[in-house]
Design a binder for this molecule. Structure first.
Ligand code: DSN
Length: 487
């Protein structure tokens, strides 16, 4: 079978041999783990994976993680480690950083963060160090923190702990680490958040500008986990410059669209942000992990991520980041990224045509946010009913959500994973149809007091089985890791 251009290319026989052998070795020690690994492949093969933050990494990326780099400690940075014998870790970390710089056109890249949250913590720490600590040292006549007196420390602690951050609110699609009060980012900073326009659901730059002028943040954070539109980062930088803020962009969700040149010019964060963070496993299709890209003045502070903020680097994952970033530099990745965005538009159109309500009325990235209140459901009920039918999504708050962050009124649906399997417009239109069929056949259960449950629901008889069969028919045409045969 010929593969669509947006899928992985590999030698299926070699990959089968590698995994069959690895599972045999694992099974000899703990067969249940080997069994769970096999089962995970089966489950992923047999479901419609529409979680916007998930994907399928290539066999090369996955295989790079299973080796002895896992055994090596390498705290510090390339060439300046706290342990001896890090020459091979230096090689892979340098490769990951070089590929990241070339791919994104960044002047500096730091490949050590273990996750997106870790990347954001490194960025916050670096911004505080660069903007507050360094001038604080100079003001105290010191060149190093060890030279500070107790009184200097007290003053610096006050300065460090008295800074402000402004980011997108969680219910508008921002991330927990963008200043959500209970998150550490909401504790490190005095925080304020901007939402979206109540009518259109879109980001209102004039409103952000007005808030920034009033709040005067040290850090202006842009980026999102559940906003279905692109952001004009040139405008965000203008706002940051006007109020003297550092612009930090979290592109964890849409890094693949930046790498694949779907988001360019004003919509490419890297040339505009002082510091850009990302994960490597979402639309970028690499191993689970994070990256920080930054402008030169933040590089030293960013490189102090480990051991100031992070534990020892996961060298096996950094090696896999290098492989994934090398893949993302190939022309085929741009084809993939374009297909992710095109498929999201098809999915949005398919849902809208069938009478559903989408936050912002559509998408221009890799996700749609379906408001399920018109079905009389909470996000939790919709997520569960879809799962019963073999459709894997996640519930998500919609702006000003009356059901809060636990039950929610929305379902977030993303195209990166199924696009990696080769799904195109016809398949995504069918996915839209299946989603609407399932939700139309779902009703909330009654509670003992006669109200409606926010969690329990009934799915009409036969709908789950019928949808699973329709999904299986779609998935069969686009096998996950074709040719990988572990039977
Ligand atoms: N867990 C990620 C997501 O699903 O968007 C964000 O942390």
């Amino acid at each position: 079978m010929s593969q669509p251009m947006n899928t992985h290319r590999y030698d299926a026989a070699a990959v089968t041999t590698a995994y069959a052998s690895a599972l045999e070795v694992i099974a000899a020690v703990e067969p249940d783990v080997a069994g769970a690994i096999r089962q995970e492949l089966t489950d992923q093969r047999e479901s419609l994976k529409l979680i916007a933050s998930e994907n399928y990494a290539s066999p090369a990326v996955l295989l790079t993680m299973g080796n002895w780099f896992s055994d090596k400690y390498a705290e510090g940075t390339i060439g300046h480690r706290f342990y001896a014998g890090c020459q091979n870790v230096d090689t892979v970390e340098q490769l990951a950083a070089d590929h990241a710089r070339a791919l994104f056109g960044a002047s500096h890249a730091y490949a050590q963060p273990h996750s997106g949250i870790d990347a954001n913590l490194v960025a916050f720490w670096a911004i505080l160090a660069q903007r507050v600590e360094a001038p604080g040292l100079a003001a105290a006549g010191a060149r190093h923190v060890n030279d500070l007196s107790e009184a200097d420390w007290e003053k610096l602690r006050h300065e460090l702990g008295n800074q402000r951050a402004l980011g997108m609110s969680l219910d508008a699609g921002g991330h927990l680490t963008h200043g959500f009060r209970p998150n550490i980012s909401g504790k490190m900073f005095h925080q304020s958040s901007y939402g979206t326009d109540p009518e259109t659901g879109l980001l209102d730059y004039d409103h952000v500008r007005a808030q920034a002028r009033e709040f005067k943040p040290l850090v202006l954070i842009a980026g999102y986990s559940a906003y279905p539109r692109r952001i004009n980062f040139a405008t965000m930088r203008e706002i940051a410059d006007e109020v003297g803020a550092t612009l930090m962009v979290d592109m964890a969700h849409f890094a693949g669209l930046v790498a694949g040149k779907v988001f360019t010019g004003d919509f490419d964060p890297v040339p505009h942000a002082h510091v850009t963070t990302t994960t490597t496993h979402k639309s970028l299709r690499g191993p689970r992990g994070g990256l920080v890209l930054c402008q030169p003045e933040y590089a030293d502070a960013v490189d102090r991520g480990c051991p100031m903020v992070l534990g020892g680097p996961l060298s096996h994952v950094m090696a896999a980041k290098a492989v994934a970033l090398a893949e993302a530099r190939q022309p085929a990745f741009a084809t993939y990224a374009a297909a992710v965005a095109d498929n999201a538009v098809t999915l949005a159109d398919g849902l809208l045509r069938r009478g559903t309500k989408l936050v912002t009325g559509g998408t221009d990235n890799h996700l749609v946010l379906l408001d399920v209140s018109s079905f009389g459901l909470t996000g939790r009920q919709a997520e569960s009913a879809l799962l019963d039918a073999g459709i894997v999504t996640n519930r998500n708050a919609v702006p000003r959500d009356p059901n809060g962050a636990w039950y929610t009124s929305g379902v977030r649906i993303g195209t990166p994973a199924l696009t990696s399997r080769g799904f195109g417009p016809a398949e995504f239109d069918r996915v839209a149809e299946l989603i609407v069929d399932v939700l139309s056949a779902t009703t909330p259960s009654a509670t003992a007091s006669g109200g409606l449950s926010q969690a329990k629901y009934e799915l009409a008889d036969g709908v789950a089985a019928k949808t699973q069969a329709a999904a299986a028919e779609l998935l069969e045409k686009f096998p996950l890791y074709p040719g990988l045969d572990l039977s």
